[in-house]
Design a protein around this ligand. Sequence first.
Ligand code: AMP
Ligand code: MG
Length: 414
Amino acid sequence: MARLSGARTDSELITVEQAGARAAALVAPVADALALPLGEADGRTLAEAVIAPFDLPLFSNSAVDGYAVRSADLSPGAETRLPILGRSAAGDTGGMLGRGAWRIFTGAPIPAGADTVVMQEDVTPNGGEVSLPPGLKRGANLRLAGEDIARGQVALPAGRRLRPQDLGLLAALGLDHVRVRRRPRVAVFSTGDELTEPGQPLALGAIYDANRAMLRALLARAGADVADLGILRDEPAELERHLREAAGACDLVVTSGGVSVGEADHVKDAVAACGALDLWRVAIKPGKPIAVGSVAGTPFIGLPGNPVAVFVGFMFIARPVLARLAGTAFEASVALPVTAGFRHRKKGGRREFLRVSIERRDDGVVIARKHPGEGAGSLASLAQSDGLVVLAEHVEQLEEGESVAFLPYGGLLD
Ligand code: AMP
Ligand code: MG
């Protein structure tokens, strides 16, 4: 990897996608896998595809409460009267139907011979008989064996990040354990002489370390096992020593701060001294340069210091890396169209992310309101907004009332 090579021109800006993909290409998925009980598998990544061991549903059953019949016994143009020959509830073993109707409840196996279920709402019972209306569709209200997933089909692909509904499917297939990859171990540091641990007294000129609390939670939500390694001073030798140590015990090192062009920004040099460093100028706002590379053979991401730049850099550059480490495909969230409730000017050439709140007007139109705190240091703007409006690189002027692309935080934090 190229060493840091001083100032670059705007033509060397890389797109957000290029940065995410290039960073992800520097890492390999963690190889170890383990079997976990379903109760512990939410959010974990499947190490191998799950193949359905049997048809789902296993047997054809009723989708409603009603009467199972043979469609051949129904007169197409008139009411049909049939004797009730039997009864099955969910959990019963079924039966065999001749000319007649079979009282049946949701989930009960369809008696052999029956091919249609009539909803009880459409049926008039009368003693031991039922009257069925004309025009019933053959095959109605059945759940056929294997119609959900047939035996031998892929129920869930390798690399799937398990969601609650996936766990439901695995349970329906009778599985009580599932093979998942080990979580990537990610070391996180903050850097900066001004930083103080929350809960400690604050000296003059100092500030509390906000990035680490945010990054720990972001990393955990992205499926990482977080090693919180505290605050590092702006001191090259100390930085280097701690980076080396962390690298030995984890799959990825993430830092914030110290990658800009100030005299106290030593992270770049420390990384270059114990590994390799590239400093990418990404066409993104907020989010100054981002440092990517390796320390002692372990992948490294150096995020900027400003909290909003940390957040945005994490979303679009660190998340693809974490997805690849975890063995899953990174899928960029799909932005939703909303109506801008504000005007905005920007420079062309960079993708800009604005913090917005969302409200639905009485006429149903969904409006995005820009948070007044626009600075890259404004944590309140992140905490008081609902998501990000994305303005494409070529856009220079946005007018109120135009449609804009909105990314809810909920979708980004999954
Ligand atoms: P830097 O890139 O190190 O120059 O930091 C840019 C800005 O972000 C400065 O105002 C720093 O004080 C601030 N900053 C850096 N790290 C943190 C942190 N962990 N928590 C809150 N603010 C930070
Ligand atoms: Mg700093």
